[in-house]
Design a binder for this molecule. Sequence first.
Ligand SMILES: Nc1ncnc2c1ncn2[C@@H]1O[C@H](COP(=O)(O)OP(=O)(O)O)[C@@H](O)[C@H]1O
Ligand SMILES: [Mg+2]
Length: 268
Amino acid sequence: MIRTIAIANQKGGVGKTTTAVNLAASLAAQGRRVLLIDVDPQGNATMGAGVDKNGAETTVYTVLLGEASMLDARVRAQGGFDLIPANRELAGAEVELVNLPDRETKLKDAIHTLKAAIAAVAEEYDYILIDCPPTLNLLTLNALCAADSVLIPMQCEYYALEGLSDLVQTLRRMQQHLNPDLEIEGLLRTMYDPRMTLSQQVAAQLERHFGEKLFATVIPRNVRLAEAPSHGLPALLLDRSSKGAQAYVALAQELISRHEAAAAAAPT
Ligand SMILES: Nc1ncnc2c1ncn2[C@@H]1O[C@H](COP(=O)(O)OP(=O)(O)O)[C@@H](O)[C@H]1O
Ligand SMILES: [Mg+2]
């Protein structure tokens, strides 16, 4: 059973990329076959997984343009998972994918590009994670079209809920028009600081607001998670016992027990 999860929130700096890289490594550490697709032109997930974004010639950009397959583009990341890298070139994809006559249909086709590319490798993985850019652009729509579900990281700070209604509206429109089966995988509280009253209040507020849609696992603010990208490593490889690395291990376990228990219970 394969599960494709887009990690999205159009706010920047909420922990999307940190979640993508560390969840990928934690799922891999538990024996799951994982592919991480970086669809952010900033290429932070690529670098954080130990791959030089500027040295990568075949990237998600060449895949989206139909010039290479996922097989050509994928590389092995630090942390035991596969990666489709991204770099600044990808910023041009938005224009190129739709800059053709007959814009409406091209746009519709363009939205399905990633989904079509994923189909070619889907059998080889248990989990495919997609790290989205901090915008609701064509790249994010591609990810949402290809995904079974969306994981939404939210920073435990005062403005956590700001912009969430835009995202929810986009998800609704996706469900109506392009991907009726798209689910909310869950909201993830990130950068939680137990010493800060505000952090506790926001975490509690999110719990009242979202109840079951919230992951029980909370990701603490942890310096190892912030340092790991500069080493090109997931935190699990930098410092396995750190609170940050362990929180993502717990998140992976929560995800696995949720899906794999459901799959085992489902009639065959
Ligand atoms: N739990 C955390 N503890 C400490 N620093 C974090 C944590 N999560 C993310 N960061 C740091 O915060 C910044 C933004 O995180 P990032 O994952 O890049 O967010 P996004 O992808 O949503 O823009 C990065 O510098 C990252 O290292
Ligand atoms: Mg990011």
